[in-house]
Design a protein around this ligand. Structure first.
Ligand SMILES: [Ca+2]
Length: 142
Protein backbone atom coordinates (compact mmCIF):
# COMPACT_ATOMS: atom_id res chain seq x y z
CA UNK A 1 0.00 0.00 0.00
CA UNK A 2 1.25 3.45 -0.88
CA UNK A 3 0.27 6.90 0.18
CA UNK A 4 -0.51 9.25 -2.63
CA UNK A 5 -1.36 12.92 -2.75
CA UNK A 6 -4.36 13.72 -4.86
CA UNK A 7 -6.21 16.93 -5.60
CA UNK A 8 -8.85 18.16 -8.00
CA UNK A 9 -6.40 18.71 -10.84
CA UNK A 10 -5.29 15.06 -10.72
CA UNK A 11 -8.86 13.91 -11.19
CA UNK A 12 -9.66 16.58 -13.77
CA UNK A 13 -6.62 15.63 -15.85
CA UNK A 14 -7.77 12.02 -15.83
CA UNK A 15 -11.30 12.89 -16.97
CA UNK A 16 -9.86 15.32 -19.52
CA UNK A 17 -7.69 12.61 -21.05
CA UNK A 18 -10.38 11.34 -23.43
CA UNK A 19 -8.52 8.21 -24.43
CA UNK A 20 -7.50 7.08 -20.94
CA UNK A 21 -10.80 7.97 -19.37
CA UNK A 22 -12.88 6.25 -22.02
CA UNK A 23 -10.66 3.18 -21.85
CA UNK A 24 -10.99 2.97 -18.06
CA UNK A 25 -14.74 3.49 -18.14
CA UNK A 26 -15.27 1.03 -20.97
CA UNK A 27 -13.18 -1.62 -19.24
CA UNK A 28 -15.16 -1.12 -16.07
CA UNK A 29 -18.44 -1.31 -17.93
CA UNK A 30 -17.45 -4.58 -19.60
CA UNK A 31 -16.37 -6.05 -16.27
CA UNK A 32 -19.66 -5.05 -14.65
CA UNK A 33 -21.90 -6.35 -17.39
CA UNK A 34 -21.99 -9.79 -15.82
CA UNK A 35 -24.55 -11.31 -18.19
CA UNK A 36 -22.99 -9.55 -21.19
CA UNK A 37 -26.20 -8.14 -22.57
CA UNK A 38 -24.59 -4.77 -23.22
CA UNK A 39 -26.40 -2.88 -20.47
CA UNK A 40 -26.12 -2.64 -16.70
CA UNK A 41 -29.10 -3.76 -14.68
CA UNK A 42 -29.99 -2.40 -11.27
CA UNK A 43 -28.13 -5.20 -9.48
CA UNK A 44 -25.10 -5.00 -11.77
CA UNK A 45 -24.80 -1.28 -11.08
CA UNK A 46 -25.17 -1.85 -7.37
CA UNK A 47 -22.33 -4.35 -7.43
CA UNK A 48 -20.34 -1.77 -9.36
CA UNK A 49 -20.70 0.81 -6.66
CA UNK A 50 -19.97 -1.66 -3.93
CA UNK A 51 -16.74 -2.67 -5.66
CA UNK A 52 -15.67 0.85 -6.62
CA UNK A 53 -15.92 2.04 -3.04
CA UNK A 54 -17.35 5.28 -4.41
CA UNK A 55 -20.21 5.07 -1.96
CA UNK A 56 -18.06 5.11 1.15
CA UNK A 57 -15.54 7.61 -0.06
CA UNK A 58 -17.71 10.01 -1.99
CA UNK A 59 -21.19 9.76 -0.64
CA UNK A 60 -20.01 9.70 2.94
CA UNK A 61 -21.90 6.54 3.82
CA UNK A 62 -20.47 4.58 6.68
CA UNK A 63 -20.69 0.85 7.26
CA UNK A 64 -23.47 1.25 9.82
CA UNK A 65 -25.93 2.52 7.21
CA UNK A 66 -29.11 0.39 7.43
CA UNK A 67 -29.77 -1.85 4.41
CA UNK A 68 -33.05 -0.13 3.49
CA UNK A 69 -31.30 3.18 3.34
CA UNK A 70 -28.52 1.75 1.22
CA UNK A 71 -31.09 0.31 -1.16
CA UNK A 72 -32.73 3.72 -1.46
CA UNK A 73 -29.34 5.25 -2.14
CA UNK A 74 -28.50 2.66 -4.81
CA UNK A 75 -31.92 3.20 -6.38
CA UNK A 76 -31.35 6.92 -6.61
CA UNK A 77 -27.93 6.33 -8.13
CA UNK A 78 -29.42 3.93 -10.65
CA UNK A 79 -32.02 6.49 -11.65
CA UNK A 80 -29.30 9.09 -12.16
CA UNK A 81 -27.39 6.75 -14.44
CA UNK A 82 -30.45 5.58 -16.33
CA UNK A 83 -30.96 8.93 -18.03
CA UNK A 84 -33.68 7.80 -20.42
CA UNK A 85 -35.53 5.74 -17.80
CA UNK A 86 -35.27 2.54 -19.82
CA UNK A 87 -34.58 0.43 -16.74
CA UNK A 88 -31.02 -0.34 -17.81
CA UNK A 89 -27.84 1.67 -18.11
CA UNK A 90 -26.09 1.59 -21.47
CA UNK A 91 -22.47 2.41 -22.17
CA UNK A 92 -23.20 6.01 -23.20
CA UNK A 93 -25.16 6.66 -20.03
CA UNK A 94 -22.46 5.05 -17.93
CA UNK A 95 -19.72 7.14 -19.54
CA UNK A 96 -21.53 10.42 -19.17
CA UNK A 97 -22.52 9.82 -15.55
CA UNK A 98 -19.05 8.62 -14.54
CA UNK A 99 -17.65 11.78 -16.08
CA UNK A 100 -20.04 13.91 -14.01
CA UNK A 101 -19.24 11.99 -10.84
CA UNK A 102 -15.48 12.29 -11.34
CA UNK A 103 -15.78 16.02 -12.05
CA UNK A 104 -17.89 16.42 -8.92
CA UNK A 105 -15.16 14.64 -6.98
CA UNK A 106 -12.60 16.97 -8.55
CA UNK A 107 -14.65 19.98 -7.46
CA UNK A 108 -14.93 18.51 -3.99
CA UNK A 109 -11.19 18.08 -3.75
CA UNK A 110 -10.55 21.50 -5.22
CA UNK A 111 -6.97 22.65 -5.05
CA UNK A 112 -6.55 21.30 -1.55
CA UNK A 113 -4.55 18.08 -1.81
CA UNK A 114 -5.52 15.14 0.33
CA UNK A 115 -3.45 12.11 1.18
CA UNK A 116 -4.95 8.77 0.30
CA UNK A 117 -3.87 5.23 0.94
CA UNK A 118 -4.17 3.17 -2.22
CA UNK A 119 -3.37 -0.47 -2.83
CA UNK A 120 -1.08 -1.16 -5.76
CA UNK A 121 -3.91 -3.00 -7.52
CA UNK A 122 -6.65 -0.66 -6.35
CA UNK A 123 -9.41 -0.79 -8.96
CA UNK A 124 -10.73 2.69 -8.25
CA UNK A 125 -10.75 5.48 -10.79
CA UNK A 126 -8.87 7.66 -8.35
CA UNK A 127 -5.98 5.21 -8.54
CA UNK A 128 -6.12 5.45 -12.34
CA UNK A 129 -6.03 9.22 -12.08
CA UNK A 130 -2.99 9.07 -9.83
CA UNK A 131 -1.24 6.58 -12.14
CA UNK A 132 -1.90 8.77 -15.14
CA UNK A 133 -0.46 11.79 -13.40
CA UNK A 134 2.57 9.80 -12.27
CA UNK A 135 3.21 8.58 -15.80
CA UNK A 136 3.05 12.14 -17.12
CA UNK A 137 5.42 13.38 -14.45
CA UNK A 138 7.72 10.51 -15.37
CA UNK A 139 7.73 11.53 -19.01
CA UNK A 140 8.50 15.13 -18.14
CA UNK A 141 11.74 14.19 -16.44
CA UNK A 142 14.92 14.54 -18.51
CA1 LIG B 1 -26.13 -6.67 -18.03
Amino acid sequence: MGMVIIDGSTVRAFVGDEEQFKKSVDERFAALDLNRDGVLSRSELRKAFESMRLIESDYGVDVATPPQELTRLYDSIFERFDGDGSGAVDLEEFRSEMRKIMLAIADGLGSCPIQMALEEDDPSFLKRAVDLEASKLGEAKP
